[in-house]
Design a protein around this ligand. Structure first.
Ligand code: ADP
Ligand code: MG
Length: 295
């Protein structure tokens, strides 16, 4: 039976809607409780409404359908690990509309990172069923770099270093590639410099970040900030942030959340994976899902 929380309620504790151990593996969506938080929040001067907190059946993510333009439509997505053939995603469904902020929570090992990596085309995974449509196109047909150029961004749970490539070179190259894709003229060195400085300010990072090699010698927190800098520079229609909170202290988390909030518009969307309640308070999802690992 749907549960309703009063307007002033804090975001639900997962234990409220995720009685993982008490559900048999074969229960259906219709038997699950749904928590509706009827309230509106203000983000970056745009209103986003927190419409649902979901409820999941075995790796299936339930979603709300609204009248908005769907940005991402995932239907019955199944994927396995290439190396050992183990299926991790058993049929995931998710719709993200423009302007929505979705959070995916769930136990370690339930497949959250796998889901995100499959969306961006990570070669460790093979899709074995289902479909993914992004901005009206078949995402699964695209190479990873095409997905990125099309406006899909992902911040990995453990961002990797790229030795020998400086941050500013990397950002300028990637940004100009995206501009070309959008039919915009490339920026010259001076324009790039002022553009990057503006974005550094947004994420509250020092300019010397630009001269360092991508993530080389960066602390965990610096890597996470650097991911948000990349997002700020590249822009995205859908940004997927996998545990962006890990390794961040309270101040850094606030900076990162502020930056992300400033990047949100009614046209773009965010899919964040997190265990951390404080991130939900800061980024104010419109939808919360819980991923469960069993078939
Ligand atoms: P989550 O992000 O929810 O913690 P993951 O998607 O990282 O979960 O992992 C889901 C399951 O798949 C785990 O059991 C994990 O060990 C396994 N897994 C994911 N990727 C790989 C891989 N590349 N090789 C082997 N096992 C993997
Ligand atoms: Mg993970």
């Amino acid at each position: 039976m749907p549960l309703s929380l009063p307007l002033h309620s804090p975001l639900p504790n997962t234990s409220l809607f995720l009685p993982l151990s008490s559900h048999p593996p074969n229960f259906t969506l219709s038997t699950l409780p749904t928590i509706n938080l009827h309230r509106r929040r203000r983000i970056n001067h745009h209103h986003r409404s927190l419409t649902t907190t979901t409820t999941i059946r075995a790796s299936v993510i339930q979603y709300d359908t609204t009248q908005q333009q769907p940005l991402l439509q995932v239907n019955d997505l199944k994927a396995k690990i290439v190396e050992n053939g183990v299926e991790i995603l058993h049929g995931v469904n998710l719709t993200v509309n423009q302007g929505e902020v979705h959070a995916i929570m769930g136990k370690n090992g339930s497949g959250k990172s796998t889901f995100a990596k499959v969306l961006v085309g990570h070669p460790e995974y093979e899709v074995t069923g289902g479909s993914v449509v992004f901005k009206g196109e078949n995402l699964l047909d695209m190479e990873p770099e095409e997905r990125s150029l099309a406006g899909l961004f992902m911040s990995f749970q453990s961002p990797v270093a790229i030795p020998g490539v400086s941050n500013d070179e990397f950002l300028v190259m990637a940004y100009n590639a995206r501009r070309r894709k959008l039919g915009l003229p490339e920026l010259g060195p001076l324009e790039c410099f002022s553009y990057l400085m503006e974005k550094l300010k947004l994420v509250n990072m020092k300019p010397d970040f630009l001269n360092r090699n991508v993530n080389e010698g960066f602390s965990g927190g610096e890597r996470k900030r650097n991911e948000i800098l990349q997002l700020a520079v590249l822009g995205a229609d859908l940004a997927i942030l996998d545990e962006i909170d890990s390794g961040l202290d309270v101040d850094a988390l606030r900076d990162v959340a502020n930056a992300v909030n400033q990047l949100l518009t009614p046209k773009n969307s965010l899919l964040m994976i997190t265990h951390y309640r404080r991130l939900l308070d800061l980024l104010k999802p419109t939808h919360v899902h819980v991923m469960v690992s069993y078939k």
